[in-house]
Write a protein that binds this ligand. Sequence first.
Ligand SMILES: Nc1ncnc2c1ncn2[C@@H]1O[C@H](COP(=O)(O)OP(=O)(O)O)[C@@H](O)[C@H]1O
Ligand SMILES: Cc1cn([C@H]2C[C@H](O)[C@@H](COP(=O)(O)OP(=O)(O)O)O2)c(=O)[nH]c1=O
Length: 211
Amino acid sequence: MTRGLFISFEGIDGAGKSSHVQALAEAFRAQGRAVTLTREPGGTPLAEKLRALALNEPMDALTEALVMFAARRDHLLQVIEPALARGDVVLCDRFTDATFAYQGGGRGFDWSVLSQLERWVQATHHAALREPDLTLLFELDPAIAAQRLAGARVPDKFESQPVEFFTRVAAGYGRRAAADPARFGRIDGDQPRDAVWQDVLRCVRERGWLS
Ligand SMILES: Nc1ncnc2c1ncn2[C@@H]1O[C@H](COP(=O)(O)OP(=O)(O)O)[C@@H](O)[C@H]1O
Ligand SMILES: Cc1cn([C@H]2C[C@H](O)[C@@H](COP(=O)(O)OP(=O)(O)O)O2)c(=O)[nH]c1=O
């Protein structure tokens, strides 16, 4: 049976990841793979309710981290683990690196507490610590990301944060990538869309997952 694959997409808001999630799903389907396309926070009815709270209601950093991990636990058990067990390619728009980047880096919440929560939440019957096989990290100067987002959509609680917040978020992502470089494919988001897409394809192809 085909082994499941778990790929997450990360980056500060406005880094340009969204259109590539759908395109990568189509590339895998074109080669005969079943794809589960999902997102965090969210991906189940319960986790989508938690998403609406997390993205709209003011709350302290620990509450925010707990809501993110509660949503993640439900999503992992209901959607991600069953899909991986079927042999699907799971493409997830954000996963735990976002909690380290936003709640850890952005909000300044304790990194070691997040590591403990990660170990608790991501232990399942299938894996001692479920993590993506590959994380595509879209990197872009926060000032350029803010320019791209201006006028593009109504900002949520995170998107309306100042540029300095996203500088800290980006540093949080950098810290996660430095701790586990083999898991990360770092993509330069400051390129035309097609060049970014070619870099996405290269990261997946060099692992032998797409021809
Ligand atoms: N390579 C690119 N160059 C210029 N603008 C881009 C590029 N990729 C995306 N955009 C635009 O930037 C904005 C944010 O992109 P989006 O994919 O929604 O970012 P994210 O999902 O990372 O928050 C959108 O208006 C999008 O059309
Ligand atoms: C998964 C996750 C997301 N977030 C934030 C990052 C984003 O600002 C927001 C939702 O992500 P996203 O779906 O990328 O937003 P959009 O639909 O506007 O592109 O939630 C956290 O703060 N912590 C987390 O653990």
